[in-house]
Write a protein that binds this ligand. Sequence first.
Ligand code: LMR
Length: 394
Amino acid sequence: MLDRLKPQPADKILALMQQFREDPREGKIDLGVGVYKDASGVTPVMRAVKSAEQKLWQSETTKTYTGIAGDPAYNQAMRKLILAGSVADDRIASVATPGGTGAIRQALELVKRASPEATIWLSAPTWPNHPAIAGFLGLATAEYRYFDPATCGVDIEGMLEDLARAKPGDLVLLHGCCHNPTGANPTQTEWQRIVETVGASGATVLVDLAYQGFGDGLDADAYATRLIARSLPEVLIAASCSKNFGIYRERTGILIAISAEAGETAVTQQNLASLNRLNFSFPPDHGARLVTMILEDEALRDSWMEELEATREGMLALRTQLADELRRLTNSDRFDFIARHRGMFSRLGATPEQVAEIREKFGIYIVGDSRINIAGLNAQTVPLLAKAMVAVGV
Ligand code: LMR
């Protein structure tokens, strides 16, 4: 049977990670996969996570299964962090999932069950795993315009025009903050227009919220998600703790499903639980438990928020430095958008050939669509990237 398997298309982010590992050059710079790194290139375990792990090691008396939806306290703590009471609790169903990707997968499985004819509307461009998972599940996809290469901002008119074509039973996937891969995000007024357009279309929204706290702050980054949840009858939210808690390998995420009527919540919850059971049974618990301990304990929470804020400010400082450096080198404001973008990523606007040249000549690894992970830089390497960009004619 196994001899019938065909090679699968490589995920371009994972392929680049591998290529970077194999490059023997000293001083190579990894701006590929979306992992936060501090100025010394380390992805640290956050202080609050270390403390929670220590406490957990002392207090945990069993490793028996949690509930099929994960620990109820985790679900409550995450609902509060993301929604902050914007929707009545009796309309909300949720399950813990293995990371944000697990939540996206479960969300699309739920859509497949409820509306197999759905078209999944994805931003052009989006995270490559979105269309990959939808395609794997046999769901139809369509793109809505999002990124305007001329301004490196959001093409809001194009976006609204395309989203108006979504139909009831379709799913519109929106990035809640820190758009991946572009770094360009709608303003609050534009979000209002997006909500009105999608609301009028009758489609259901899925918010992918993987970077809460990495853009403008924990509450500001949840603005769009809360607005959507408050304004539309039916909303799915796939959220990740990988980045904001720095617990990538613990696979900690949540899928929230808000039903139009409180009377539907029990069946929605039961469907979410059944999908967990079918796909992997009980969700991973270690990361979820750490997150719950941090969110429920004032001292741990303060420590976490302080470190997250420093992380966010560090990325903003790198953005400003890179934009300033490019302004100096090119004597133009062409790259000022880098300082306006938010989150880990920015799409630079380089061609695939220029991206390859930057990798070959300068050992700087950028995803082929010219997405950089800003956190892969530090104060010393920002000038190197700027110089390389100018040298290849970006
Ligand atoms: C990324 O886009 O680099 C991250 O979301 C990590 C991943 O799994 O691709």
